[in-house]
Design a protein around this ligand. Structure first.
Ligand code: FMN
Length: 181
């Protein structure tokens, strides 16, 4: 494996941005599996995984998600794939720890997506107020699975994203979120 310089890795993390504009284009299953591979490295096998991911490429299922979250309709239609991420309530023993684990899982997936040229992603939580309806799409019991979020990803529409870059916010300074002792 080629060892990257520390600064390259830091710049890679810093260069990840959300993409909300996609060109609908098929992604090979190998690409999707490579991204999921990054998720696989969140925990090791000794720990009962508290999460479950539904991998959605079927246009009808994406349309059903879009109907529940009209604000993001275009994202659901144009992103080739969505990961619908669940907390597995039967495997969850410590809610705080498991929610943090899912945060780490999602970040690993987002960075995996960012590593693939031309592919971008958006983390959608605006669908969480329709948790029950999302479960119905997949015939999942709300007692067993709790929706945590959706990651939509696909080929970036560079032209629109480039234009939207101007609207993006800056990052807050480190001093805004740290106390040093
Ligand atoms: C927990 C979480 C949930 C988010 N949910 C949404 C969402 O529902 N819709 C959306 O447009 N962006 C969503 N985002 C993306 C944020 O708006 C975006 O990450 C933020 O503006 C920073 O931009 P960046 O991802 O380009 O760094 C979410 C981000 C996080 C971390």
């Amino acid at each position: 494996m080629e060892i990257q310089k520390e600064t390259d890795v830091i710049e890679f993390i810093k260069s990840r941005r959300s993409s909300k504009n996609f060109i609908f284009k098929r992604l090979p299953q190998e690409v999707i599996k490579n991204i999921l591979e990054c998720g696989r490295y969140t925990l090791d096998e000794k720990i009962d995984l508290p999460y479950r991911i539904n991998v959605i490429t079927h246009p009808t299922v994406k349309l059903m998600l879009a109907e529940l979250n009209p604000k993001n309709q275009e994202i659901f239609e144009t992103a080739y794939c969505c990961f619908v991420v669940y907390l597995d309530l039967e495997k969850s023993s410590d809610r705080t720890k498991d929610l943090l684990t899912i945060g780490a899982l999602i970040e690993n997936l987002l960075l995996g997506i960012h590593a693939i040229p031309s592919i971008g992603a958006i983390w959608i939580d605006e669908i969480l107020d329709k948790k029950e309806e999302v479960n119905k799409i997949f015939k999942l019991s709300t007692e067993k699975f709790e929706l945590m979020g959706v990651i939509a990803f696909g080929v970036i529409n560079e032209e629109i994203e480039e234009f939207k870059k101007r609207e993006r916010g800056e990052r807050v300074p480190i001093s805004d979120f740290t106390d040093w002792y």
